[in-house]
Write a protein that binds this ligand. Structure first.
Ligand SMILES: [Zn+2]
Length: 853
């Protein structure tokens, strides 16, 4: 292939070394402290010629810390793959000596005080998506510049600023991609986009260890690496936070402001109207100078609080998004000239330095932004009819506490409820319910967590249009319209102390309403305990008083075990402690109400042996949510079988198979029939979204998808340019809906309310079953709780089936129209999915007998 002159020049530059590197990345920057090594000198290769491994990057930052008293490095945690999360602080030696004093004065000045005479605190963040690698290389250059520059300007920055830097937000994903790019790099370089260097294998480096998108996790805090980072954020509450990304190779460069219509309407608009346009003046000038093309204002939303470039906006700061066209590899052909890795790094580096420069120059604007933020938040409080939110599910402390942990992570004020309260027709138990007042500094975040609907200006969404976490946790809650006297404020949850079961010679029982019930069942099963479940409720006498056990409660006979009563007791105590669920020893099988413990309705549960199909074409995140759920929350192994190995897998080892969305065309007909035979032999196939469509199309079930709209009017003509808005509005980016759940069905076991909040972000619509007992969960006639949905889409959601469960031979297929495990946050609907795994083997759907005329 003919390479043009620019490309040749770029390659030559990559080989020249230090002088050319300085000319390319920071021309005219003046002198640098010679005792500080450039990244190139330290690493032994020119920046842009290789992808830097995370450990090497960390070593470089350690070297800067060792050599310079402008830099200090700290470790804030580690990833699942044991890569350290490092954060660097850049400021003058004298500021370093009084850093804690500066931090305290900075925090104290936020709402009412004054931070004019305190160094300005900003934060630079890089590489949340591992396969968008230019930014971490730019982080090293930025770190070098801040450490080594002998310029007056840099000295001023050091004196008047505290610059925090998180050089790699997603170390596991970054290394996955960097290794890929390096191992396939050729010499000479190959810019053909289809070359293996440029086409990463599944699941790619975007995600973290469990294939989650960390750039959605700032709001959800599912992962330790995010929680460490959020804690660090609140420790400092910077004024500015950057987030650097990459986009398609044929694009250019993006910086804020984003699309006007996608600004979050509850965030005070001084940020959008004044701060972003002002910074854009600096970014455009700097980028013009490089000759780099760019765009602003037409894309990327700041609605959702879970992006690295938006989270800070909910705390009175300014989050900046940068998107650079990706070379995805070392050089890649585009519709213009080949795009080199070095070129992409230079734009990110320039954006970093420009952020520093603009922030100090516009310090007064930033201070005003924060004051405006708190002032406007107070105005919103004053106007709101809601004085606070009461919430809690006494039947599920694990789920309630997980929600409280999340609130505390976001530094939301939470109070205990000290006396039993009825509100909005719901009962909130003392000690098991909590209160969040509206009157608090972080009110904007409180609204984001609790409110189900905000008013949008636009109807096409880059991502979710609703994220009310109280619904994700499916927690009973009440909006309090008058003042409420709560108990004491809590800043951390005390450890739970579950009383060990009293040893019994007859049986043990446990209720199944707690989130951790499946963890407890699995813990028992892996210890060799035979676990049974009561498919009808019963009432047992516990310590002298009657206690009701609902559908699906757990029964463990002492005699009907292969292990000794002592071993059984040990397993019972362990399971109770691990899951924080009370297990009760009882002395009689004769129930005070409902079925007796020897009833035919008490069924033996099979230990789940789960297979999850993964690999090329499969939706990595949907699969990752399941892997993470079973692995981290249940400590239960799940075998992940690559789609290419399905033809040689011995399916008889498993009793449960899970298929998430994906293109399953790599599963051939012989393998499809092998799966069918396996289901019919008595096993359970669980499908989600696209997996459900695959199962229906391949006739694994008689259930049906809703038919496509067939009503045809006369042809309609619209303007070409309207398509983005008109067609974009029909997508379902993600909204919250209400379903009616059959709580007597094993998949609905443990739910105390038939009305459940669910998340829908796809267009899989199921017809209610022709079998009266197969529609486990159905969208209501008025299903929308919050978020945007196009009217024609809403019509399809209404009364459609959300979960279907039908027999196939001796087995069964359980079809989910939506993802019950979305982003590891839908604690409410996780239980439906886990019930499908744990009770699936026991489900035999009753047949409808034709009625006589
Ligand atoms: Zn990205």
């Amino acid at each position: 292939m003919t390479r043009n002159i620019f490309f040749t020049a770029a390659i030559i530059f990559l080989q020249i070394g230090a002088v050319a590197q300085a000319d390319f990345f920071y021309p005219g920057a003046g002198n640098f402290n010679a005792s500080i090594p450039t990244p190139e000198k330290f690493l032994g290769y020119a920046i842009g010629s290789h992808h830097t491994r995370h450990d090497k990057l960390v070593e470089y930052f350690k070297e800067l810390d060792r050599l310079s008293d402008r830099v200090s490095l700290q470790v804030i945690g580690e990833t699942f793959e044991h890569r350290p999360q490092v954060v660097a602080t850049f400021t003058s030696p004298s500021n370093h000596q009084r850093l804690e004093e500066i931090r305290k004065a900075h925090l104290a000045g936020q709402v009412n005080g004054n931070t004019e005479n305190i160094p300005l605190v900003i934060h630079l963040g890089y590489n949340v998506h591992g396969n968008e690698p230019s930014s971490s290389e730019a982080a090293m250059l930025t770190a070098y510049y801040l450490t080594a520059s002998a310029s007056e300007e840099a000295a001023k920055w050091m004196n008047e600023m505290v610059i925090l830097m998180d050089p790699v937000i997603n170390p596991d994903g970054r290394d996955r991609h960097s290794h890929w790019a390096n191992m396939h790099k050729a010499s000479p370089l190959v810019d053909d986009p289809i070359d293996r260097e440029h086409t990463e294998i599944w699941p790619g480096g975007r995600f973290n260890h469990y294939w989650f998108d960390l750039n959605r996790d700032w709001f959800l805090g599912t992962f330790p690496e995010t929680r460490n980072r959020i804690k660090f954020f609140h420790y400092w509450r910077p004024y500015v936070q950057t987030d650097h990304h990459e986009m398609g190779s044929n694009s250019t460069f993006y910086f804020d402001p984003g699309e006007d219509a996608s600004n979050n309407p509850i965030v005070p608009d001084y940020l959008y109207k004044t701060v972003y346009p002002k910074y854009a003046e600096y970014f455009s000038k700097a980028t013009d100078k490089l000759g780099s093309m760019y765009f602003t204002k037409e894309a990327y939303d700041k609605l959702y609080p879970g992006y690295g470039s938006s989270y800070i906006n909910f705390y009175g700061g300014a989050g900046f998004l940068f998107e650079q066209a990706s070379s995805r590899g070392h050089v890649q052909e585009t519709t213009t000239i080949p795009l080199t890795f070095a070129f992409t790094i230079r734009n990110q580096f320039t954006a970093s330095l420009t952020t520093v420069r603009a922030s100090l120059a516009e310090k007064n604007m930033l201070l005003k932004m924060r004051k405006e933020f708190y002032r406007m938040a107070k105005e919103q409080q004053a106007k709101s009819a809601i004085k606070g939110f009461l919430f809690g599910d006494a039947a599920d402390e694990t789920r309630t506490r997980a929600f409280v942990e999340m609130l505390l992570l976001h530094e939301i004020e939470v109070y205990e409820v000290s006396s039993n309260t009825i509100a909005d027709g719901k009962r909130f138990e003392a000690g098991k319910s909590f209160y969040v007042p509206a009157m608090q500094d972080n009110y904007i975040m409180v609204r984001s967590v609790f409110e189900k609907q905000i008013t949008y200006i636009d109807s096409s969404f880059y991502d979710a249009s609703a994220w009310s976490l109280v619904h994700a946790y499916n927690l009973p809650y009440a909006e309090m319209k008058s003042s409420f006297t709560a108990g004491k404020r809590i800043t951390s949850l005390t450890a739970r102390q579950v009383i060990d079961a009293v040893k019994s010679n007859y049986a043990y029982v446990m209720s199944n309403t707690d989130y951790n019930i499946h963890k407890a069942i699995y813990s028992l099963q892996k210890s060799g305990v035979i676990v049974q479940s009561a498919f009808r409720p019963f009432t047992a006498n516990i310590n002298g008083s009657d206690k009701k056990f609902g559908y699906g409660s757990v029964v463990i006979s002492v005699q009907q075990q292969l292990i000794s009563p002592d071993s059984l007791y040990k397993a019972i105590v362990t399971a109770g402690r691990e899951s924080n669920i009370s297990i009760y020893g009882i002395q009689t099988g004769y129930s005070a109400g409902g079925i007796d413990l020897g009833s035919g309705y008490v069924q033996t549960l099979k230990k789940p042996e789960v297979l999850l199909i993964i690999g090329t074409g499969v939706a990595a995140s949907e699969a990752g949510y399941i892997w993470h759920l079973l692995d981290q929350r249940l400590q239960m192994p799940v075998t992940k079988i690559d789609i290419l190995n399905m033809n040689r897998a011995n399916l008889n080892r498993y009793n449960t198979m899970i298929m998430v969305s994906g293109n399953y065309s790599l599963i051939d007909t012989i393998t499809t029939n092998k799966i069918r035979t396996w289901v019919q032999a008595g096993n359970t196939l669980i499908t989600i979204k696209g997996g459900t469509e695959w199962a229906i199309r391949n006739r694994f079930t008689r259930e049906k998808l809703l038919p496509a709209d067939t009503a045809k009017g006369p042809p309609v003509r619209k303007d070409f340019d309207m398509a983005v808005h008109i067609e974009g509005a029909k997508a379902l980016g993600g909204s919250i809906f209400r379903v009616d759940l059959d709580t007597t069905h094993p998949i609905g076991f443990g739910f105390t309310n038939r009305k459940v909040s669910v998340y829908k972000n796809g267009l899989t619509f199921l017809q209610p079953s022709s079998n009266a007992y197969s529609t486990v969960s159905q969208y209501t006639n008025d299903p929308l709780i919050g978020g945007y949905i196009h009217p024609t889409t809403l019509k399809k959601v209404k009364n459609s089936a959300a979960i279907l469960c039908g027999n196939e031979g001796s087995g069964r297929v359980i079809l989910f129209s939506d993802d019950p495990n979305f982003r590891g946050t839908w604690y409410g609907t996780n239980k439906l999915f886990l019930n499908a795994i744990f009770y699936g083997s026991n489900i035999s759907v009753p047949q409808v007998v034709a009625e006589q005329e």
